[in-house]
Design a protein around this ligand. Structure first.
Ligand code: PAF
Length: 282
């Protein structure tokens, strides 16, 4: 496993590998690994000759007042956690390496970023799309693997890849959960034990919504109402959104006549947590 911090060096390595006909799979991350990240890497490992990952807490995807300064970082611990996975390259640049003075080009993916988190985190998806395009240009992957927990992010990246004719395949991997159902997230570290208990209401509400759907409910409003009721019963959960959307356009839908995204974002203490399920998938 090689740790590379310099853009030019990373680009050179990637170019050489491509010249040798090697297939590269890439897992972008912001580090502070949990089993969700490890799952993405294990899946990625199966798909290509070279597995590259990045560890970079990307400042441009944090809005004003968000947790950029306190976002958990542990490069040494992360490297230790992945030593048996078969990662070939860890690209871990500094912020000034990725955004040198004078930087001024950004990618805006328009429609799919307007709803859900796009409403609550101004500039977030502009930052995500920009860093992902930069990382794709540096690492030159044939495949890139993203988690479905950030479903809107996955759709945004797929849209960018399509619109900008990037020669790579984007793969989504289902959300990895703790035994009690909490979706794995680096931000779970912000939860106190009591807040963590409250957070279980998120997956409970999604499961109940799925039951309603399985029993035949096809209208969005009653399902959303039920999810909100479960979340609102927990003192200390404040809801950003509970919405049902088209899985490709991320626009709200009223009637669920094909697979649909039920997405939730809440704030508990200092943590903002998101989760989702696909209604009609199983
Ligand atoms: O999902 C994340 O961890 C980040 O948004 C990503 C894709 C690494 C871009 O910074």
């Amino acid at each position: 496993m090689e740790i590379i911090k310099n853009v030019k060096e990373m680009q050179k390595k990637a170019s050489q590998a491509k010249k040798q006909g090697k297939k590269i799979c890439f897992v972008p991350t912001m580090g502070f690994f949990h089993e969700g990240h490890i799952t993405l890497m294990r899946e990625g490992r199966k798909l290509a000759d070279i597995l590259a990952i990045s560890i970079f807490v990307n400042p441009t995807q944090f809005s004003q007042g968000e947790d950029l300064d306190v976002y958990p970082r542990d490069l040494k611990g992360d490297i230790e956690k992945i030593k048996d996975i078969g990662v070939d390259w860890v690209f871990a640049p500094s912020a000034s390496e990725m955004y040198p003075e004078g930087f001024q080009s950004y990618v805006i993916v328009e429609k799919v970023t307007r709803n859900l988190c796009g409403k609550f985190r101004p500039g977030h998806f502009r930052g995500v799309a920009t860093i992902c395009l930069k990382l794709f240009n540096i690492i030159k992957p044939d495949l890139a693997v993203f988690g479905e927990k950030d479903f809107q992010q996955l759709v945004t990246i797929k849209q960018m890849v399509k619109d900008l004719n990037l020669d790579l395949k984007v793969i989504g991997i289902p959300t990895v959960r703790e035994k009690d159902g909490l979706a794995m997230s680096s931000r779970n570290i912000y939860l106190t034990p009591n807040e963590r208990k409250k957070a279980l209401a998120i997956f409970r509400s999604l499961k109940e919504a799925n039951e309603m759907f399985k029993k035949g409910e096809r209208k969005a409003i009653p399902i959303i109402k039920h999810v909100r009721e479960i979340l609102e019963k927990e003192n200390g959960i404040s809801i950003d959104y509970v919405q049902i959307c088209d899985i490709n356009t991320i626009e709200d839908i009223d009637k669920i006549d094909k697979k649909a995204l039920l997405a939730v974002a809440v704030r508990i203490g200092s943590a903002r947590l998101i989760d989702n399920i696909i209604l009609g998938r199983d």
